[in-house]
Design a protein around this ligand. Structure first.
Ligand code: URA
Length: 212
């Protein structure tokens, strides 16, 4: 598994505002979108392209366009949805699938409650969006779900990750899967409630507010 932690002053600046307890939801959503666009720029470095012939106002030439089948973007519900706009702005031809996984706050176990994905993902480059790679269980389940449908090239884009979560994901993967994690910051670790430290709190709540 390849891990890419993006070191860039713009990413660090936006992340600092995002972490701040006093940042309101509207600003938080906007910052997540901007951050994902910056992360997606790196995450799509190996996206498959094909050569195409075009004519400029001056001459005929060749260029590249994103190849078929189009990459598929898979936001993990609910917090991953907040990352979708930032990703599709950069790759508007990508298809979008959805995967709904939820975490039991006591046992930290993960279960699937929704999915909308093609049955066959062979030859598809998959981009999973989930802001918080905490214990790693959600990403393990998501990536294994995609692998079970034939995907072999999966990039996970996160805002924060923990060293222990990354280790859990790496140890769960088969040898023939090409999995990359692109993350704005690898934080210190988890607290006893499963939150990333220093983190930014509950990403879903900060994006969309708390439902009583
Ligand atoms: N999920 C979150 O939203 N925040 C954390 O800190 C950990 C998991």
């Amino acid at each position: 598994m390849e891990i890419l932690e993006i070191n860039h002053p713009l990413v660090d600046h936006k992340l600092t505002v995002l972490r701040d307890l006093h940042t309101p939801s509207a600003t938080f959503r906007l910052l997540v979108e901007e951050l994902v666009t910056l992360l997606a720029y790196e995450a799509t470095r190996d996206v498959h392209v094909k050569k195409v012939g075009i004519t400029t106002p001056v001459t005929a030439t060749t260029g590249v366009k994103i190849a078929d089948p189009a990459p598929i973007v898979v936001p993990i519900l609910r917090a991953g949805l907040g990352m979708l706009e930032g990703m599709t702005k950069l790759v508007p031809t990508a298809e979008v699938g959805f995967l709904g996984l939820q975490r039991d706050e006591e046992t930290l176990e993960v279960s699937t409650y929704a999915n909308r994905l093609p049955d066959v993902l062979t030859d598809r480059q998959c981009f999973v969006l989930d802001p918080m790679l905490a214990t790693g269980h959600t990403i393990v389940d998501s990536v294994h779900y995609l692998l079970s449908r034939g995907a072999r090239d999966v990039t996970v884009i996160c805002i924060l990750a923990t060293p222990e979560g990354l280790k859990t994901v790496a140890e769960s993967l088969p040898d023939d899967a090409h999995v990359r994690i692109v993350v704005a910051s690898i934080d210190e670790g988890l607290n006893d409630r499963g939150y990333i430290v220093p983190g930014l709190g509950d990403a879903g709540d900060r994006l969309y507010g708390v439902i009583d």
